[in-house]
Design a protein around this ligand. Structure first.
Ligand code: RBZ
Ligand code: NIO
Length: 338
């Protein structure tokens, strides 16, 4: 199929390779769907939210309650991710994976609460084995439901005050880097704040040591929203979906998914490169080329939603552009740079 797709791309009425990255995306999406005429159907953005015990250690400039306050904001349509999903007709769903707040029973949330917050990974494992397993199952079920609605392209977002800290621990372990090389400002720490975060994460690293097993790594450091996202990534691969990968936190989860199932990389499009320093290192590790580089450092899935129209353009040219033959355009190749 790859060869036929490349032929279809090369014989469109344009100089060879002139649509740049769109050509790579068209080839990838056609290969994922095993067709010369891929389509993107019912795009979904699933935002997982959860609270973190490590938030009490002063690793974020914001208090924990911002997690539930932002969840309310998502539900009222007022967050950045709502704006961009609305702009591009992306179906947004919000999951309470483990927020430290009692939402009203009729709140339009997917209620997958596993706990009120994880345990602080400074002094133990963030999750029990049972909580971790529950997260994987619940994350998978959200994607199964999206698949039933005809969704074949999906992205994930997250909300969880302090979650750049577990993402940092995961990066450090998988890429074999020092905590110093992986720690950044998160949602806006000043340099003094970064030093405090660094010391806390270094202490956690000393406490836990090396963790080779990917599931154990997520159970040790991850949030409920991150572990559910891991289940969701694995399910999206099993469903053959096009998977859109967002920023620093989401990509840390994706790296764990790629340790568990390396072939998931074939389905992944890296929406953007975040301004959080470690994100570039994650993309290098995965061998991923970001679609956009806009200096975003927000999360929520915003990079995915903003990149989505570009990804749509890749499928669009493949399905609607004429070939040289169709259009009667001459395709001389005497001086062609091949
Ligand atoms: C108002 C607000 C909205 C956000 N939306 C996403 N994040 C982002 O910031 C958090 C991670 O950064 P840290 O580890 O420094 O706490 C996550 O919730 C992430 O999604 C936000 C953060 C804030 C404050
Ligand atoms: O890149 C991200 O996803 C990110 C960066 C900083 C804070 N929150 C999210």
């Amino acid at each position: 199929m790859k060869k036929e797709l490349q032929h279809k791309i090369d014989f469109k009425t344009k100089p060879l390779g002139s649509l740049g990255m769109l050509e790579k995306l068209a080839l990838q999406i056609g290969t994922i769907q095993n067709t010369l005429s891929p389509t993107l159907n019912n795009p979904h953005m699933i935002v997982f939210a959860g609270d973190h015990g490590i938030a009490h250690e002063g690793v974020s400039p914001f208090p924990q309650e911002v997690t539930f306050q932002m969840v309310m904001n998502f539900l009222q349509g007022g967050a950045a991710i709502n704006s961009f999903c609305m702009q591009h007709d992306i179906n947004i769903k919000v999951v309470d994976s483990g927020v430290n707040y009692d939402f009203e029973p009729n709140t339009p949330l997917i209620n997958h609460k596993v706990g009120r917050e994880t345990a602080s990974f400074l002094t133990g494992k963030a999750m029990t084995p049972e909580q971790y397993e529950e997260c994987i199952v619940k994350g998978r079920s959200v994607v199964k439901d999206a698949a039933k609605e005809g969704c074949n392209v999906i992205g994930f977002g997250e909300m969880g005050i302090a979650n750049t800290s577990p993402a940092t621990m995961i990066l450090c372990q998988i890429c074999n880097l020092t905590i110093e090389e992986c720690t950044g400002r998160g949602s806006g720490l000043n340099s003094e704040g970064v030093q405090k975060k660094l010391k806390t994460l270094q202490a956690a690293k000393e406490f836990h040591g090396e963790i080779e097993d990917a599931n154990e790594l997520m159970r040790t450091y991850g949030g409920f929203e991150m572990a559910q996202m891991l289940g969701a990534f694995l399910e999206a691969k099993d469903q053959g979906m096009v998977i859109l990968v967002d920023g620093f936190i989401t990509t840390s989860v994706f790296m764990v998914a790629a340790e568990i199932n390396p072939s998931i990389r074939e389905n992944a499009i890296y929406a953007h490169q975040s301004d959080e320093g470690g994100h570039r290192k994650m993309l290098e590790h995965l061998g991923g080329e970001p679609v956009l580089k806009l200096g975003l450092r927000l999360g929520e899935g915003t990079g995915v939603a903003i990149a989505y129209p570009v990804i749509k353009s890749a499928v669009q040219f493949l399905s609607t552009m004429a070939s040289f033959e169709d259009a009667g355009v001459s395709n001389h190749d005497e001086f062609l740079d091949k």
